[in-house]
Design a protein around this ligand. Structure first.
Ligand code: G4P
Length: 303
């Protein structure tokens, strides 16, 4: 795994969520619609087990609509779960989440039993944007109230609808290799924690599988059939950056360009993982974990 980081305030945030959980009616998890599997936090799943859940696939404007529909159906089919796709800056659609939360916890509402909703998500998923959109003019931030920690802010969206905001949270060990790269590509992980070229190669692998034509058009490449991810990265370097001594392509620069183009939507609407791919990566990672634990146990036994 080449993505390595100290997940910031993870422990503080984790503790704050665990303490708040008994009085939470619905948990909103904001996912990145371009990486709907990788942006789901397994730590959060553990902390919020059994609570009604609203999955929001944010940045839907940057994701492939057909893939988004499949991921929405997948989350929607989970018990006690609803799913919505959003562009966090659009006000009217964002307010649909209030309706969705009310239908997930129909017994809550009114001044005696106000709805209490926790909103969580990985860094850079668009949580601040969404909270600001929801907050509009009406809602007040009441983070200074007693019992509400600095790591958590309470926002009153309607008289009987409270939203508890939490800082972006990652988890300590990402066992699915592709997820590490996709999280890095999404901007969830600090720049020093990953290698640009490895992340760009992971992006190009998915682009070659699903949208080679878009790479060809974007970088004016004549024919990329038969090229692998490394060859395409080198081609991008040749087209877009001065050659290095010896006539070598600048693959670092090419990687930065590829990551930037993915982030800005210059490759068009892209979803990096289909449901089937993500299921396969999850199974492979689980098998690797079993192997790793077996080796560890064998070592411990040998003394
Ligand atoms: P966070 O609180 O979860 O860390 O994320 P934040 O709202 O700061 O959003 C991270 C970046 O993602 C911002 O871009 C924001 O504009 C963008 N963003 C949020 N939601 C959406 C969305 O639904 N669609 C698209 N296309 N972009 C979204 P930035 O470049 O970091 O800053 P900015 O200059 O655009 O604000």
């Amino acid at each position: 795994m080449s993505i390595q980081w100290f997940p910031g305030h993870m422990h503080t945030t984790r503790k704050a969520i665990a303490e708040r959980m008994p009085e939470i009616d619905v948990v909103i998890e904001l996912l990145d619609a371009r990486l709907p599997g990788s942006s789901a936090n397994p730590l959060l799943a553990e902390l919020t087990r059994g609570k009604p859940s609203l999955k929001i696939l944010n940045k839907q404007d940057l994701a492939d609509p057909q893939q988004t529909a499949q991921w929405l159906a997948h989350y929607q089919a989970q018990p006690g779960t609803q799913a919505l796709a959003l562009d966090a800056s659009a006000t009217a659609p964002a307010r649909q989440l209030i309706k969705a939360c009310r239908s997930l916890a129909p017994l809550r509402g009114g001044m005696v039993k106000p709805m209490r909703v926790l909103i969580c998500g990985i860094p850079n998923v668009g949580k601040s944007t969404l909270v600001n959109t929801l907050r509009g003019k009406r809602a007040a931030k009441t983070g200074d109230e007693a019992g509400i920690t600095r790591t958590e802010q309470r926002i009153v969206l309607e008289d009987d609808f409270y939203l508890f905001d939490t800082p972006g949270m990652l988890w300590p060990r990402i066992s699915i290799e592709q997820s590490g790269y996709h999280l890095a590509a999404s901007g969830a992980v600090g720049r020093n924690a990953y290698d640009d070229e490895e992340v760009a190669l992971a992006l190009l692998t998915q682009m070659l599988l699903h949208h080679p034509d878009r790479l060809q058009a974007r970088y004016k490449l004549t024919d990329i059939s038969g090229l692998n991810d490394e060859a395409v990265l080198a081609e991008i370097g040749r087209k877009r950056a001065p050659l290095l001594p010896g006539g070598r392509p600048d693959t670092q620069k090419a990687a930065e360009i590829a990551i930037h183009d993915f982030r800005s939507g210059a490759w068009g609407a892209i979803t990096l993982e289909t449901l089937e791919e993500f299921a396969q990566w999850t199974a492979q990672a689980a098998a690797r974990d079993v192997e790793r634990l077996a080796k560890k146990a064998a070592r411990a036994k040998r003394g």
